[in-house]
Design a protein around this ligand. Structure first.
Ligand SMILES: [Zn+2]
Length: 457
């Protein structure tokens, strides 16, 4: 395959060097009177996902619908769309078609070589962990601060197929461990807010995290920066301290729209000593403060989550806190965390809403997390698998489950970027002897030939 691509590149380069103009195959084909039967000259849609159960919270759709994609955008959602109008049709009957999942708590600022750091070895490259579980957008939660954001952008954001956004750490040096993260002198609202304003739509929030001291300053300065840039603050409340109770944080210090993550950790008084949800959390929610899962390696316990869910304290958004530690422990991945909420009785529609439209709205990226016509064509096709499963929390306690979510197909910007069972691929026996690359760049993001030169099958 590699040699074939190289050969094609060399051939194209040779043709270009000789100044020869070669018509693309599709143009040649339209000159033949019989060719149009094999491949329409200009199909209206590049990709059609047919027969799946669409769950789109923004548009209040939970029903069997066809979804058509053209030019990287959602082009139509309807009960029936004619496959003749599409270059490529994929039958997704029996599966759920959701907007691409939006995971607003991840750690993807890696590659710097810094040991034991979330701006280094503790973080992971997004593309290796996102598409295989239906995630098309991640927000890095504070890996970079204003001093390091340009490096993060160059190293990760600009090179990833996954859409990568960022909560900028209130610490100028970012999430680089104790000596940096406890340094109040490096928590400056001014330069942090200014950096956020320079990258609108990319820096979508401010993060404060891991603080051990009694001061409110990290939260106050994060809120000041967030106010200056008109973006939300996400709080990892660090070490539980009596000087700064969580109830005061969510009822007084945070603004409506600010995000309290790690809500089921139990480490900062989320449940009161009687085992009931801290009334301050309900009060904070009434004020409009957002509560996010942020599962991670140390922030999700069944003995906190199950009673909280029973009392009606459900999360506004589901997120992973993906990093090198959480991914092999109880958290694993976005679908595993979503499956935990299914297991606690949340409906599938609600689980999907809280993993798509809700987080998109929280970070003010309302073009994401939905399947409106004109929205970026980021789509997750999910299967609800039945069987005997186990879901594990941060202390290794297990909850048995009968269902688990699996990603069958992921579409990013209109192209198939993950396809577990080859739903979009032709049976090899249907292809000519000696077949080459299948697919077409208009819908295939894996390894297609250029547009119009591949098979549309
Ligand atoms: Zn985190």
């Amino acid at each position: 395959m590699v040699s074939r691509i190289i050969t094609a590149c060399v051939a194209a380069a040779t043709v270009a060097a000789l100044g020869i103009s070669v018509k693309p195959k599709s143009e040649v084909a339209t000159e033949s009177p019989t060719a149009s039967r094999e491949q329409p000259a200009a199909p209206k849609y590049d990709l059609l996902l047919r027969g799946g159960h669409v769950v789109d919270a923004k548009n209040k759709i939970s029903a069997v619908r066809d979804v058509a994609i053209a030019g990287g955008k959602i082009a139509a959602v309807a009960a029936k769309i004619d496959p003749a109008e599409a270059l490529k049709t994929v039958d997704v009957t029996g599966l759920h078609v959701a907007p691409g999942l939006v995971d607003i708590h991840t750690h993807v600022y890696t590659g710097t070589g810094e040991r034991g750091s979330y701006a280094g070895d503790n973080s992971i490259y997004p593309d290796g962990f996102t598409f295989r579980v239906g995630v098309t957008t991640v927000a890095d939660a504070g890996g970079a601060g204003w001093r390091t954001f340009a490096d993060f952008k160059d190293r990760i954001i600009d090179r990833s197929k996954t859409r990568v956004l960022a909560f900028l750490n209130i610490v100028g040096n970012g999430m680089r461990g104790g000596k940096y993260e406890q340094d109040l002198a490096d928590m400056e609202a001014g330069p942090t807010g200014d950096a956020a304003k320079r990258y609108p739509g990319l820096i979508i929030g401010i993060k404060t995290a891991h603080f051990t001291g009694p001061e409110w300053a990290p939260v106050e300065r994060a809120v000041e920066a967030g106010t200056a840039a008109n973006i939300p603050v996400m709080v990892d409340f660090g070490t539980g301290r009596p000087e700064r109770p969580v109830s005061e944080l969510v009822t007084k210090k945070l603004r409506p729209g600010d995000i309290y993550t790690h809500v089921y950790s139990g480490l900062r008084g989320e449940l009161d000593p009687s085992g009931h949800v801290n009334p301050g959390l309900f009060e904070g929610r009434k004020r409009g403060v957002i509560f996010d899962v942020g599962h991670g390696g140390g922030s999700f316990l069944w003995r906190i989550a199950v009673p909280a869910m029973k009392e009606g304290f459900i999360p506004d958004s589901i997120s992973t806190d993906l990093h090198i530690g959480s991914m092999n422990a109880g958290m694993k991945d976005m679908l595993n965390v979503m499956s935990k909420f299914l297991a606690m009785g949340m409906s599938l529609d609600d689980v999907i809403a809280r993993s798509t439209w809700h987080p998109a709205r929280e970070i003010k990226q309302e073009e994401l997390g939905n399947l409106s016509v004109g929205a970026p064509a980021d789509v997750a096709v999910l299967r609800v698998q039945s069987g005997d499963f186990g879901l594990v929390d941060m202390y290794g306690a297990r909850l048995s489950a009968k269902e688990r979510l699996v990603c069958e197909l992921t579409v990013r910007a209109g192209k198939v970027v993950y396809d577990l069972n080859g739903l979009s691929r032709p049976d090899w026996q249907s292809l000519p002897a000696g077949y080459g690359q299948t697919g077409d760049a208009r819908w295939d993001g894996l390894n297609p030939l250029p547009a119009g030169r591949g098979s549309s099958r």
